[in-house]
Design a protein around this ligand. Structure first.
Ligand code: FAD
Length: 323
């Protein structure tokens, strides 16, 4: 009897766990490795109900993530958390992945499913005075959606112009004292959210400013004084909180450190650092596959990540027949 081939999967979000389940069902031995303390990926930070996954109605993000992790566990897939991949050696069919705890995993292929991270402090890095604002007054990314009930009566500046920023404005405007939505470029939220925010603007509960860039911030007894460059004028507003919802970046920088130079050269990233793969999940580097948000899907979501993970797993199985 031949030993099962081990496949190392970097990232325990929906893409990585879906690939792991499929690989296990296809007769492989997947090993999932995640740098986070908790497996499940970005849904662990989705504080709202996620009603976009067929058959999973009424689940919050963390509940959904826990279901994915439990399903992988029930298939006997080992998921290592709080570990960092440090070095990949060898070639397709005979890799050796070393982890930060000195464990070495022999594997025949590697699937990259490391997703994205929300842009945080770097968004305000060049803003005068930003470093002096109390941390509790600024919420980044998903944390702008936590404890929404405690924002009643507050004045809030939301920085961003995508779905997340608009959704945040839609939820806060009915309860907050005033919501300002400042977007550097033309807002690009989906129609439903744009219409909901337009209704709040019409009701006088929300303002949309663009093109608008935050220039300076200072804290005073009145709250946070914000200086904005709005089109060709300067505007000063006073708010209680700032919510930064300025997009996501791919978790790919670490690949430059862990991959041998020949694989690095064969792996392609787009201008924003997302991995470029073919429709089946193959990267340009032999034995290296990728799935999920790290590949910049047209509509990043749980279901597309699950589908891409399954697709990459099946591709790995098909490619293994010829190696
Ligand atoms: C607040 C919020 C709300 C959302 N709401 C919805 C929704 O309602 N419906 C929906 O469909 N989608 C929603 N999404 C999007 C959805 O969560 C993502 O599209 C999906 O999680 C992507 O899955 P993924 O597996 O590709 O990546 P992720 O879920 O990002 O998982 C990637 C994993 O890789 C790990 N990782 C990162 N770097 C490394 C490394 N170097 N080595 C090993 N592991 C690493 C991370 O810790 C993480 O666990 C939401 C996202 C957020 C942030």
């Amino acid at each position: 009897m031949t030993a099962k081939q081990c496949i190392a999967i970097l990232g325990a979000g929906p893409a990585g766990l879906s690939a792991a389940l499929w690989l296990s069902n296809l007769g492989f031995e997947p090993r999932v490795i995640d740098t986070a303390e908790r497996a499940g990926g970005l849904q662990n930070l989705n504080f709202l109900a996620n009603d976009w996954v067929l058959g999973q109605s009424g689940q919050t993000g963390p509940a959904l993530a826990a279901r994915f992790v439990a399903h992988a566990a029930s298939a006997g897939v080992p998921v290592l958390t709080n570990v960092r991949p440090e070095r990949l050696k060898g070639t397709s069919g005979a890799f050796r992945l070393r982890l930060c705890d000195d464990q070495a995993i022999p594997c025949s292929a590697v699937l990259i499913a490391t997703g994205t991270r929300y842009r945080a402090e770097e968004v305000l890095a060049d803003v005068e005075g930003a470093a002096n604002i109390a941390a509790a007054r600024i919420a980044y990314g998903p944390y702008a959606f936590a404890d929404l009930g405690t924002q009643a009566g507050k004045r809030i500046l939301i920085i961003g112009g995508g779905d997340n920023a608009y959704e945040n404005a839609r939820l806060l405007a009915p309860v907050a004292a005033q919501v300002h939505l400042a977007s550097r470029s033309r807002p690009r939220a989906q129609q439903g959210l744009a219409a909901a925010v337009a209704a709040e603007v019409a009701a006088g509960r929300c303002r949309v400013l663009h093109p608008a860039a935050v220039k300076a911030i200072s804290e005073s007894r009145a709250g946070i004084e914000v200086t904005l460059a709005v089109a060709d004028r300067t505007e000063c507003i006073a708010v209680d909180r700032i919510h930064v919802l300025a997009g996501y970046e791919p978790n790919t920088a670490f690949l430059a450190e862990i991959l041998p130079s020949e694989l690095r050269a064969a792996l392609h990233c787009d201008a924003q650092g997302y991995l470029v793969v073919d429709a089946a999940g193959r990267s340009g580097a032999p034995g290296i596959y990728a799935a999920g948000d790290v590949c910049n899907p047209r509509f990043p979501s749980v279901v597309s990540a699950i589908a891409q993970g399954a697709m990459a797993a099946k591709t790995i199985e098909m490619d293994s027949r010829t190696t």
